[in-house]
Write a protein that binds this ligand. Structure first.
Ligand SMILES: [Zn+2]
Length: 497
């Protein structure tokens, strides 16, 4: 990897309008970071944490490959940690610029960045106790809650659709991307004299028919578009069929009087599942059930979803869709409220973390997995190596808090819920841009997924997409060929020759 790439923020060549460098999510799904340098501004688009893989800890800890103090601003597409989670590391390293986001993203960032910082502090403390015992030097945390607070102080919030000027040569605008509350695609115009070129960052794109969010709005034209490719290789199962599977799982679960445990991501999936349970109850497709949302972060996010109902789909009557909730919904905020659920039967518990890697869900699994009357309903992606994945793959015995637990519960996996556009929706989203002449760079997807999407784009839109790696860049020119794609490996070879 091109770790040596250190950006001295060299001046642009006279015919260069701007440069865009891929510093993350280039051939992987997490850690989105793109650096735009124009004549007058240096701006990061997203600043995400690498998640999931074993090497992500070292990846997150390595210094930024540019001088943080020379950076003017950060623009965030949405609040998910793999797009925003390194922002507190920037403030810790001395970043003094502003952080731009949509209004709802700003609120969610308050929840997610504080939580992320808290986890880093706790993890480092635990790791350092171990290191001290072994006579090793303690580690610095990636960042602390104070760094997250400093980042939140630097937020500048914008409504959707309203363009704003940045510095002397940039104009920016947030367009709806679906996905989660506040999520946006970013349009960025760069100008010099009479020349103007435009880059579109898709951000993470949601699906067209999500009741709790307005559908993505594809920008109409661009010179360059960075398109996510998380599900570049396939379409999702039909949503109605998945909701019916959820109904069936809940009906069967209540018959034997056991508990239903649903691991959920606190932002997005939790609110979506609550909405569907509420809808199924009102349609008489399931009986009314006592439902508990047991995660302080999910409770906060649910309150924000209620507050930002203007982001929701419109009903046929023209008003925003009502977020339906189960009639007997209760929030568990304190540990006491959570522990009281241990003695209950015949209830539905939604808790996080979504992949059963930590949080209160672990307690509920420990109390319920060994009972044959329990149903575990999996509604989200489970990465390799997680407890959630072990359950999906039919493990008969798991370890929770160091203790073996027999798995007698029934585990039902519902594959059709996703906050990401599937392949067809991605192609449809980018089609108008390609028809208007935009070049496409595929980001935020594992290599084989973006390769599949690239092949689809050739087949459907007759366009060859770039598949950047770390350090590769696109140069935007003032005249002649508008864009040039440069490989970092070739650049290094040329300078060392
Ligand atoms: Zn996301």
């Amino acid at each position: 990897m091109g770790m040596q790439l250190v950006h001295g923020f060299r001046r642009l060549e006279t015919d260069e309008l701007a440069r865009l460098t891929f510093l993350g999510a280039a051939g992987e799904v997490t850690g989105s970071i793109y650096l735009l340098e124009s004549e007058h501004a240096r701006v990061l688009f997203d600043c995400g944490l690498c998640q999931g893989e074993r090497h992500s800890r070292t990846q997150n800890a390595r210094p930024f490959p540019f001088r943080v103090k020379d950076l003017d601003a950060v623009v965030l597409t949405h609040a998910h940690i793999d797009h925003s989670g390194l922002v507190p590391k920037l403030t810790r390293a001395g970043f003094r610029g502003k952080i731009h986001a949509t209004e709802a993203s700003g609120e969610l960032l308050g929840v997610l960045l504080r939580d992320s910082a808290h986890i880093h502090e706790q993890d480092t403390k635990a790791e350092n106790r171990r290191r001290m015992r072994h006579g090793q030097r303690p580690l610095e945390p990636l960042y602390e809650v104070a760094d997250a607070e400093r980042a939140l102080e630097r937020l500048v919030l914008h409504p959707f659709d309203a363009a704003w000027e940045f510095g002397e040569d940039l104009r920016l605008r947030f367009a709806r991307a679906g996905h989660i509350l506040g999520a946006a695609s970013v349009e960025c115009w760069v100008r010099s004299g009479t020349v103007e070129r435009k880059i579109v960052f898709s951000g993470d794109l949601g699906r067209r028919h999500e009741p709790l969010l307005l559908p993505p709005e594809p920008p109409r034209e661009a010179d360059l578009v960075l398109l996510e490719s998380t599900y570049g290789d396939r379409d999702h199962k039909d949503l109605d069929a998945t909701v019916e599977e959820l109904a069936r799982a809940l009906r069967e679960a209540v018959q034997d009087g056991g508990n239903v445990i649903v691991p959920v991501f606190a932002v997005g999936r939790a609110q979506e599942i609550l909405h569907y349970i509420g809808q199924l109850e009102r349609d008489g497709r399931i009986p009314e059930l006592p439902v508990f949302l047991d995660s302080p972060m999910a409770v906060r996010a649910t309150e924000l979803y209620r507050r930002y109902a203007e982001c929701f789909q419109q009903t046929s009557a023209g008003g925003p869709c009502q977020a339906l909730e189960p009639r007997q919904l209760e929030f568990c905020r304190t540990p006491d409220e959570s522990m009281r659920l241990n003695d209950r039967r015949g209830i539905v518990i939604l808790s996080s973390s979504g992949m059963c890697e930590g949080g209160r869900i672990l307690h509920h699994l420990r109390h319920n997995l060994w009972r044959a009357s329990t149903d575990v309903v999996i509604v989200g992606f489970q990465a390799r190596g997680t407890l959630g994945r072990a359950l999906v793959e039919g493990a008969r015995r798991v370890r929770i808090f160091g203790e073996p637990v027999a798995v007698k519960a029934r585990v039902v996996t519902l594959g059709g819920f996703s906050a990401h556009a599937g392949q067809s929706e991605l192609v449809e989203w980018v089609a108008p841009l390609v028809k208007a002449g935009a070049r496409v760079a595929l980001v935020h997807g594992e290599d084989e997924k973006r390769a599949a999407l690239a092949a689809k784009l050739v087949e459907r839109l007759r366009t060859e997409a770039w598949q950047p790696l770390f350090g590769d860049r696109v140069v935007l020119r003032k005249r002649g060929e508008a864009l040039a794609f440069e490989r970092a490996a070739e650049r290094r070879a040329a300078t060392s020759r």
